[in-house]
Write a protein that binds this ligand. Sequence first.
Ligand code: MCA
Ligand code: AMP
Length: 497
Amino acid sequence: MTANHGYDALVGRHAGSDRPFLRAPDGTAWSYADFADRAARLAGALASHGLRPGDRIAVQVAKHPDALALYAASLRGGHVFLPLNTAYTAAELDHFVGDSGAALVVCDPDTHEAVAPVADRFGARTATLAALAADADGADPAPVAARAPDDLAAILYTSGTTGRSKGAMLTHDNLLSNAATLKDAWRFTADDVLIHALPIFHTHGLFVATNVTLAAGSSMIFHDRYDPDAILAAMPEATAMMGVPTFYTRLLDHPGLTREATGGMRLFVSGSAPMLAETHRAWTDRTGHRILERYGMTETNMNTSNPYDGDRRPGTVGLPLPGVEVRVVDGDRAPVPAGETGMIEVRGPNVFPGYWNLPEKTAEELGPDGWFVTGDLGVLSDDGYLSIVGRQKDLVITGGYNVYPKEVEEALDDQPGVLESAVFGVAHPDMGEGVVAVVVPEAGAAPDPDALRAALEDRLARFKQPRRIEVIDALPRNAMGKVQKAALRERYADSFA
Ligand code: MCA
Ligand code: AMP
């Protein structure tokens, strides 16, 4: 039998198991054998579309069990899975399809008309997930492609300071090693039932939640969106949930969140964005549970986690995971003592091999010694707990989604009457941070914020669009001419209060 490092361990070994894997509120109920069979047939459908090992599949589809099976099919066929946020516009898609050289773009019927011309331009095929699923019904299972630990399993695009998204390459072993580590660290077993309400186009929902479930042989309740009522209704049948901080603040606003409602749960995990210590404490007061906060990145999967047994410290992201090294360094990349702030760097089997087709960018962030520069600022306590105290990278995290200001600034600067702009994040009660833009008009021009907003509609995903746009005379700059974003953040701090 051919060895496929990720597929065999995550999916293949379950092929004969009638244990439950996934159930969805729409009535779908898949055993592990059903899931493996679905993946094998979808892999057959992909092969019939001419896909070969190593080919990239770009996938922009609504959350659906078949989308998860398509990820497993991609692993089986040895393809490289490239999931895309459903909020991305066709304009944004252009870069992902072109840069990755995807052979196939999978979309939904309602986006087919917009997606097909993008795929055509780069010589990629287009298929809807529904059409692939129909093909899969009649397809023979595709053979399992041979894949070594270092072979690519996925590319996830993550924006950069230049405004251009970079494709983070992830290997079979990046995914598998992290899943095995998290399963043990968080004590996942076949008895667990995970509430899965995250999107499956990012690391959190696709890798952390799904791969941990597969690695442990647990099952999941698969919600197609986040809805606090539906989550509370699912809790009596579940044991664990993973979410971004907004999941928790919205549940705290729900009167149904009580000790009784959460009584059967054993674990609540939070990550992707900073959780306020007060949210952590409020959760404990209401439910008696201590949220377990962890820290990761697209490029590294998960790096640190608060302990399962032991002190889960509010406002910290815990300790390095087994096998993962974490250090905090100064400007010369020399480690600083505990208690001092510096740049967080990580190293381990979880760390990606680089950015797709960007060797220079890769070399800037990933040294030959394997340490990856995260762009996050942190401080280690005497007993090894990491706290994230800021970001050196100019990044806004809103509701767990990342927005790189440069990309939004470029879109604003292109608008008639705009001389320049600055984009930044300020506190938002629901999303953690909300995006704010200030624009400086060209001489004699008077850009209208509503018109600017409308102009961004087709260009940027909704979550990147500024929730507040102000026209101002000049950007505050320091003596070096650099825009003082800290001053702007302070001036507009109460925008969403
Ligand atoms: C939706 N909107 C947003 C966001 N989500 N705006 C800003 N930030 C967002 N995150 C827009 C909608 O388009 C809508 O616009 C309006 O805000 C209100 O939408 P609402 O219905 O309230 O939102 P929702 O559909 O309930 O979504 C909120 C959400 C969702 C549940 C928090 O954003 C979500 O699932 N976030 C999770 C993101 C995630 O998985 N991140 C992991 C990345 P309009 O009203 O104009 O139509 S992986 C990662 O970061 C690393 C590796 C890690 O460590 O995990
Ligand atoms: P992404 O680019 O989507 O991979 O997001 C990774 C970034 O999310 C990290 O570099 C951090 O800035 C942030 N992040 C993830 N988890 C946490 C956390 N628990 N606390 C604070 N920031 C986090």
